[in-house]
Each structure stands twice: as C-alpha cells, then as structure tokens.
Design a protein around this ligand. Structure first.
Ligand SMILES: [Zn+2]
Length: 73
C-alpha cells in the first residue's frame, strides 16, 4: 500500500463503486481520490464526495467497496 503523499497521515487503498466498472485509489485519512493516476501530492485534487457525486451517490464510505485492508486495522 502507498502512504498518502497529500496528507502524509494515512494509507491509500484501492476501492470501487459497486456496480460500476473500474477502480480508484482513496486515502483513508483525507478522503482524496485518484482515478487513472498514481497518488500525487499536487493538484488537481478530487475528494470522495466529488467522485461519488458523478454516480449520484452521497460521499459516504458505505457507498464504496474497499479492495485492500488498512494495515494494522
Ligand atoms: Zn491522505
């Protein structure tokens, strides 16, 4: 797993929106999402809430499926 380059506080996990193709990367701590690119410390930034709005979903972790477990969690 990758340590978040943006907040430097948490791990980045791979996740997906159930029923949608493709996966994305998400920080456990700052909720930053990266789609189609590796985690990066610079903008443009996308939040989980903004990303899920594309699917007309609220920005809740219960709306996504985590594909990797947080180390030590
Ligand atoms: Zn982060």
């Amino acid at each position: 797993m990758i340590w978040c380059p943006r907040c430097d506080q948490g791990w980045v996990t791979r996740a997906r929106v159930p029923g949608e193709p493709g996966t994305f990367l998400l920080c456990y701590e700052c909720d930053t999402v990266w789609v189609d690119r590796e985690p990066h410390a610079g903008p443009p930034f996308l939040t989980l809430e903004e990303y899920l709005a594309r699917f007309r979903l609220d920005g809740l972790w219960s709306n996504i499926e985590l594909l990797e477990k947080e180390p030590g969690a």
